[in-house]
Write a protein that binds this ligand. Structure first.
Ligand code: DQA
Length: 149
């Protein structure tokens, strides 16, 4: 069974209480549970991880080699700054989907740039927690096409 790494970056552990008017009221645990349930329906496994540390996120991407066939990444604010995370994604050659709860293009100018987009298959933003499930759908279709799932 193909396995997907659901990776969340800085401050996303605070989901549910962090600016609910922007990020909604669902907690990270709820997002991860929804991913697990949705993945089951798609015949996929998921592994979920959150870190506030750039290096730990890079390590998780490196560790995905040989274990996970797809990555869903919400890199939080590192999206807009981290060439290192972009390089890690390019290096491991695992298809990745970039997710943001908010519509980053409708927010401050500094959120319009994404280094992650340069390494991802595509970006889903603005649909709240549902974005993670849409990303799972996209990866499931990609893996099926590639004969990996
Ligand atoms: C975010 C958008 C980022 O700009 C922000 O720094 C976050 C969350 C989102 O999910 O909408 O931490 O990635």
């Amino acid at each position: 069974m193909a396995s997907i790494l659901v990776l969340n970056g800085p401050n996303l552990n605070l989901l549910g209480t962090r600016q609910p008017e922007v990020y909604g009221s669902v907690t990270l645990a709820m997002v991860e549970d929804a991913c697990t349930a949705h993945a089951q329906k798609l015949g996929l496994e998921v592994s979920c991880l959150q870190s506030n540390h750039e290096g730990a996120l890079i390590d998780a991407i490196h560790d995905a080699r040989g274990k996970h066939q797809g990555i869903i990444l919400n890199a939080g604010a590192y999206t807009h700054t981290s060439i290192a995370l972009m390089d890690a994604l390019i290096s491991v050659e695992i298809p990745a989907v970039e997710v943001h709860l908010s519509n980053i293009h409708a927010r401050e100018d500094f959120r319009h740039t994404s280094y992650i987009s340069k390494a991802a298959q595509g970006q889903i933003c603005g649909f709240g927690a549902q974005g993670y499930l849409l990303a799972l759908d996209a990866l499931a279709a990609r893996l099926k096409e590639a004969g990996t799932a």
